[in-house]
Design a protein. Structure first.
Length: 502
């Protein structure tokens, strides 16, 4: 009898590793979104760039699935991020365009969001990097006390962010509810209305600048760079632009290390390659393309650090890693960083027309690569039509949650490699001109907005009449077929109207 019991115990013990191995393989995948800023479709060698090399980003493509028809929902940052996290098109809600640095939080705290949904699915969730979705209640944030609502109120367990953008004050990091390294004796004040305090500004003291501005960006000088908006105080807390990629990457790696045994969701929103482009000295001059190219190399290094961390912790296999951008490319976005003159034939938007801010493809068609070794075939390419609005519903499907998201559809099949996906998506340009893509066709609604952004030298895609392009035959949107194909115009404008009224 005793013998039998002992052998039974031994037998069960022998099974244990198998059971736990199975438990691990059945564990929900970790999810990481590396959300880059202003990176164009043509900015990575995986998408055909030849003047710059992005070996780490390309590693994701070699080990996973590269999309050729993936879109951000907007041609600027705030609305793209809003819809990514809420599953709702930003143009449905007023006040979701490019947010000033002192805006109140624009995400809803009483509705489910991507991070709060994943939290309920058992994930540890974090945001590291650029926020730009407003902070604090009505009237905006008080930078010197607990700042809420913010990321923690929409489902992130941990947050380490820059409040708005690299070129907007306040130039400080915020961890959970607090500004990092803030000395209470030197409180922060911020204004977007007019000058406060007596610190030098780019406009009054250009001789103090290490990089001049080309448009806008003439207010308070922080770390030798003048910004949008004025700030005083918080001297000890101010960031050093050159260290920013290291700081954010360090936090992202830390979070992954701490949570390696649980399913985790990391929204890693890099500052690169947004302006001001002030990379660390180890990247300066390395691309031969000036600050913009050097920032791409720094971004590629960041990606490498994340990949190496997953390898080192042996969790790469069950980690769904997505690399994409919040909007298309811009070259001169307001600083004299020689990005234009040093381009050297590089085409940030690839063959696409327009760029950041634009209703043309260059505004919203972005690089997107995904890797999930356990489930997705390596080295594959997909031309499925995909919009970032669908991450929310797709992750819900992946983790077994039911959600009510107005515009987000479950496109999990496309994320796993199916070449067909839902048949229409909607994008917005900087002045909220909407366009809809369905099948091969793209319709841009009539808009009286300016045709060009002269400062950034971008075609905005506005026209007072309707525009219709056949994207299969005319990827560069040269031939407006609206006069010749009135039936398509009717179908697409009606479809867009239907979506607007949804
Ligand atoms: C614009 C800024 C630009 C950039 C953009 C937001 C000027 C002249 N231009 O208003 O530099 O900050 O806003 O970019 O100030 S985004 O990627 O965050 O949407
Ligand atoms: Ca952006």
């Amino acid at each position: 009898m005793l013998k039998r019991i002992i052998s039974l115990i031994l037998f069960s013990l022998a099974l244990l590793p198998m059971i736990s191995a199975q438990a691990v393989s059945q564990q929900k995948p970790n999810i990481i979104i590396i959300y880059t800023d202003d990176l164009g479709f043509g900015d990575i060698s995986a998408n055909g760039a030849t003047k710059i090399s992005t070996p780490n980003i390309d590693r994701i493509a070699k080990g996973g699935l590269r999309f050729t028809n993936a879109y951000a929902t907007a041609a600027t940052c705030t609305p793209s991020r809003f819809s990514l996290l809420t599953g709702k098109y930003a143009w449905r809600k007023a006040g979701t365009n490019i947010a000033p640095g002192d805006a109140a939080m624009i995400l809803p705290t009483n509705e489910e969001t991507m991070p709060s949904m994943l939290q309920k699915a058992g994930y540890q969730t974090a945001v590291v990097g650029k926020w730009h979705l407003g902070l604090g209640g009505e009237g905006g944030p008080d930078w010197n006390s607990d700042i809420k609502p913010g990321p923690l109120e929409v489902g992130f367990n941990y947050s380490f962010i820059m409040p708005a953008t690299g070129d907007r004050v306040p130039c400080v990091y915020m961890e959970n509810y607090r500004i990092v390294d803030l000395d209470p004796a030197d409180p922060i004040t911020v204004s977007y209305k007019g000058k406060i305090g007596n610190e030098p500004s780019g406009k009054e003291n250009p001789e103090l600048l290490k990089m001049k501005y080309s448009h806008g960006h003439d207010a308070t000088i922080i770390n030798g760079v003048s910004r949008i908006g004025w700030m005083t105080g918080g001297k000890k807390a101010r960031w050093i632009d050159e260290d920013m990629a290291d700081v954010f990457t360090g936090r992202a790696v830390n979070f992954i290390e701490k949570n390696k045994q649980k399913p985790f969701f990391l929204f890693f929103a890099t500052h690169d390659i947004h302006v001001p482009r002030v990379p660390h000295s180890r990247f300066v001059g390395k691309s031969g393309m000036g600050a913009r190219g050097d920032a791409i190399l720094q971004l590629d290094w960041t990606v490498g650090e994340v990949l190496n961390t997953l390898d080192r912790l042996k969790i790469a296999d069950n980690t769904l890693l997505i690399f994409t951008s919040d909007n298309g490319a811009v070259v001169d976005d307001g600083y004299e960083d020689r990005a234009v003159e040093l381009l050297n034939g590089h085409t940030p938007s690839g063959i696409l027309r327009g760029g950041k801010y634009s209703a043309f493809e260059g505004g919203t068609k972005v690089p997107m690569i995904l890797r999930w070794p356990a489930k997705v075939k390596a080295g594959t390419v997909s031309d499925a039509l995909f919009s970032q609005i669908d991450f929310f519903a797709s992750f819900a499907a992946l983790t077994g949650r039911k959600i009510k998201a107005q515009d987000s559809f479950n496109s999990l099949n496309a994320l796993l490699g199916a070449n067909k996906n839902r048949d229409f998506i909607v994008q917005q340009s900087v002045n909220s001109t909407l366009s809809i893509i369905q099948g091969n066709w793209k319709y841009i609604e009539p808009n009286d907005g300016p045709k060009r952004n002269e400062m950034t030298n971008t075609e905005l895609g506005n026209d007072s009449g309707p525009q219709l392009y056949n994207l299969k035959e005319d990827k560069t949107e040269q031939n407006n077929l609206s006069k010749r194909n009135t039936l398509q115009i009717k179908l697409l404008s009606e479809k867009l109207k239907e979506v607007k009224e949804m």
